[in-house]
Design a protein around this ligand. Structure first.
Ligand code: GRF
Length: 213
């Protein structure tokens, strides 16, 4: 069994989606959910999903080896960043080189970098009158939103789309593709690196409920 840890700072709807996707997998297991925020809703999700969860403050992440020790103890093979807002220490990035995967809610390199997260990204996209947006899944290096892009999914935007609407479209892409791309990457299966998705009217039907923490 390949063991993954998901790191998340907020709501954790992607985390929940990934946990559910791998629940019956014979090859990949979500073995831990780690957050830097004690009140993040992702920790409540961890409880009802029955995945062990752990909290480390930013200082513990950056100035101690506590997280590294936990990853060692749990024999974690891959790290998935799903809305995780702390830059990982170089020691972890080095040790897990090529095995840390992040998702960003825009078509990087556009709308990435420090401070570009959550709704700020979608507001910037709307303000720039972009005709499309999407998701980028990439392996990380020690900088925010850099590293090797492994997958992008694009979706067309309408001139009337608000930031909320863009967020909704992008989340639908995240739920559809992130678990599958993680699986293909880990199992070293070939997959398409770029797809364009036609907007559908029932994006609201995405099963994972959003919460603003
Ligand atoms: C997602 O939009 C992801 O792309 C970004 O942070 C958000 C996390 O959302 N990196 P959630 O916590 O999974 O609901």
């Amino acid at each position: 069994m390949i063991r993954i840890a998901i790191l998340a700072s907020g709501s954790g709807s992607n985390t929940e989606n990934i946990v559910k996707y791998f629940a019956k997998s014979a090859e990949i297991e979500v073995s831990a959910i780690i957050s830097n925020k004690a009140d993040a809703y992702v920790l409540e999700r961890a409880q009802y999903l029955h995945v062990p969860s752990y909290v480390f403050g930013k200082t513990e992440f950056l100035e101690t080896n506590k997280v590294q020790l936990l990853l060692d103890e749990l024999k974690i093979d891959w790290i998935i960043l799903a809305g995780f807002l702390v830059l990982l220490p170089v020691s972890i990035v080095d040790k897990y080189e090529g095995r840390i995967v992040n998702i960003h809610p825009s078509l990087l390199p556009k709308y990435g970098g420090k401070g570009m997260y959550g709704d700020r990204v979608h507001k910037a996209v709307v303000e720039a009158h972009e005709k499309e947006s999407g998701i980028t899944i990439h392996k990380i290096d020690a900088n925010y939103d850099r590293g090797t892009t492994v997958f992008q999914a694009k979706i067309k935007l309408k001139p009337t789309d608000t930031a909320e609407k863009v967020a909704q479209k992008v989340h639908a892409l995240e739920y559809k593709f992130f678990p599958v791309v993680i699986e293909n990457l880990i199992l070293n299966r070939p997959f398409e690196k770029e797809v364009t998705v036609e907007p559908i009217d029932n994006e609201q039907s995405v099963r994972v409920e959003r919460k603003d923490r």
